[in-house]
Write a protein that binds this ligand. Sequence first.
Ligand code: 13P
Length: 332
Amino acid sequence: MYNDWLKKGFVDELIPKGVDLVSEIISLREKKNALIMAHYYQKNEIQDIADFVGDSLALAWEASKTDASIILLSGVLFMGETAKILSPDKKVLVPDFNAGCSLADSCPEEDFRQFIKKHPNHIVITYVNTSAEVKALSDIVVTSTNAVKIINSIPKDQKIIFGPDRNLGNYLESISGREMVIWDGACHVHEKFSVEKIVQLKEDHSDALILAHPECKKPVLTIADFIGSTANLLKYTQQSSSKKFIVATESGILHQMQQSSPDKTFIAAPPSDSTCGCNDCEFMRLNTLEKIYLTLKYEFPEVQVKEDIRLKAIKPIQRMFELSGSLLNKKD
Ligand code: 13P
């Protein structure tokens, strides 16, 4: 039904003409004791109204300890599910249920269950970009901020299954020296960065450093000056003495980079399949201020996770928090 509404353009119909969306969202947020969280890949205007903007790890951590009544998670569906797993007594809203994740979708629950069966005596480590059902099959969840630390903490004689991102998995193998059994999945955005176009950009901007997310393919990672999660890429740009960066991850992150370092230049790395320089995730970009306003107003659509799945899925996430240590921005 929700998809039908979207197709029929209900978003436009339900929004009163001339309404100031930002002030309406702010007043609904206060009235309903809601927390608006946004991933770094959200549109600039969404990042600007969010109470909290962060990477996958920080979003999960904040969701686990908020005392808000409603969590509105502007990101993709698995992020909303993670928030719901961690805060089952809160109403968790995601502005558009069509905001899926190609990486999570590349790892269906039943196929992953069979994959695990084929490799007995392996610990199952999964990237957070998975469904609640796949998390429920896992021993430890990781994000790109804590993956190296967590893989390094696993005893050397313990065999590891890693899923679902083959690029992150290969990168982790190269950093840790561990061999892992890796699920063959990938993120459609990070897979399509063009190494040729990035090299061309570097020739045009020889003073620029190349930054890449570990979900990128190996040729891109090979030419990168720094590899890290969105939060770590942002931190790197703040601390580096360089003034120019070519950034190979979803271009939403450039907003925070530019805001925190207005004197520096950020160039979005281009994908291979387009003449423009942008590489945006069309799922992340489904979220809009209009949909956030309606979602808060009608408290819909609400994320649900079956309780038996939730109880299994929370364990590997809690294990991740335990193993993340100082990487969590613990204020209390
Ligand atoms: P991080 O938020 O951990 O950087 O990962 C972002 C992501 O989901 C990439 O697809």
